[in-house]
Design a protein around this ligand. Structure first.
Ligand SMILES: *[C@@H]1O[C@H](CO)[C@@H](O)[C@H](O)[C@H]1NC(C)=O
Ligand SMILES: *[C@@H]1O[C@H](CO)[C@@H](O)[C@H](O)[C@H]1NC(C)=O
Ligand SMILES: *[C@@H]1O[C@H](CO)[C@@H](O)[C@H](O)[C@H]1NC(C)=O
Ligand SMILES: *[C@@H]1O[C@H](CO)[C@@H](O)[C@H](O)[C@H]1NC(C)=O
Ligand SMILES: *[C@@H]1O[C@H](CO)[C@@H](O)[C@H](O)[C@H]1NC(C)=O
Length: 285
């Protein structure tokens, strides 16, 4: 279409210009340059004006979201028991790039991959302790590929550790301007539901609307259940039914592989949409 327009244009001008030259006197001049360039300029200006005027009528296509899929191994078994006297921290990277965590107190220097998760267990220090609660400093750094922050951006923050508990932190955007290591609830409440149902929580950033819905479509039973995202507002665990599920967000299937949800397990889905729309699934018992 574009090419056709260009060739048509050049054909018309080739034929039209000599015609104009013969029929119009060139503003009293001998050359026809003012005519040739003048006519072109006027036509160009007119077309620009037409283009700008029609601005509101164009259908602007958003660039298609590039959908990535990653598979996470689910860890089941009794390996997740916290050593006595220690507490455990989980850090979920809510960004589609590598981040670095560094903490002298935790003896941690680690890279967390895009939308990946990292955990560390640590003795609750005797200093800065009130009861079984300790606070440690941590530095979060972003690789250059993280284009939403300036190069080598880092910030310092603190983590709370509770003896015998697991606390999750979600590195995410609280609003367009604030990136934070957001504590997920008071601590992970991994109490098995009395009917042995599995549990699910969903970690989202500020771009998600609590009116949105998450649908779990059971591939074996051809049934589906929709949950409002507001159910996960506190980022707490909610009981779901066992089954093999595909996950849909507002009717769009997420790139997570089919989730095999088994009884009494705890699952975490992180959703983010930084140009890419990604869902990741973590699970543990
Ligand atoms: C986990 O603990 C249960 C008993 O609570 C035991 O039967 C099972 O073998 C243990 N699994 C592993 C992987 O250690
Ligand atoms: C926690 O980290 C250890 C290694 O530091 C790893 O073996 C374990 O699988 C992790 N736990 C979970 C639930 O990811
Ligand atoms: C205890 O916490 C205070 C501030 O909350 C900090 O200045 C101090 O360095 C901490 N001490 C230790 C040993 O971590
Ligand atoms: C973070 O803390 C470290 C020391 O622990 C310091 O060297 C660094 O400059 C701090 N970074 C920021 C951004 O405040
Ligand atoms: C979920 O969202 C989609 C798209 O907004 C909508 O078509 C569908 O009806 C919603 N489902 C429920 C159960 O609210």
């Amino acid at each position: 279409m574009f090419t056709l327009a260009i060739y048509t244009g050049s054909l018309i001008s080739t034929c039209l210009m000599p015609e104009l030259r013969h029929s119009i006197h060139c503003f009293g001049r001998d050359t026809y340059f003012p005519l040739a360039f003048g006519v072109l300029s006027i036509i160009m200006l007119t077309s620009t004006v037409i283009l700008v005027c029609g601005k509101n009528m164009y259908v602007k296509k958003k660039p298609e979201n590039n959908i990535l899929t990653r598979i996470f191994g689910c860890i089941f078994g009794n390996t997740t028991e916290i050593p006595s006297g220690q507490g455990r921290i989980y850090i979920y990277n809510g960004f589609d790039c590598n981040v670095f965590v560094q903490s002298k107190s935790l003896h941690v220097q680690h890279q967390i991959g895009p939308l990946d998760m990292f955990n560390v267990s640590h003795t609750v220090a005797t200093q800065n302790v009130s009861g079984d609660v300790g606070v440690v400093g941590i530095t979060i750094g972003f690789e250059t590929k993280c284009s939403f922050v300036s190069d080598n951006y880092e910030f310092n923050t603190t983590l709370t550790i509770i003896k015998g508990k697991e606390i999750s932190y979600h590195l995410t955007r609280l609003n367009p301007n604030i990136i934070a290591l957001n504590r997920v609830g008071i601590h992970d409440n991994l109490v098995k539901e009395k009917f042995g149902n599995p549990n699910l929580r969903i970690l989202v950033d500020h771009t998600f609307d609590y009116n949105d819905n998450i649908t779990l479509a059971d591939v074996d039973h051809n049934s589906f259940t929709s949950y409002s995202l507001s159910l996960f507002r506190g980022m707490n665990f909610n009981a779901i039914k066992t089954g093999k599920y595909n996950v849909f967000y507002n009717g769009i299937m997420l790139p997570t592989p089919t989730m095999d949800i088994i009884p009494a397990a705890f699952y975490t889905i992180t959703l983010q949409r930084n140009g890419n729309f990604i869902g990741n699934l973590f699970c543990g018992l």
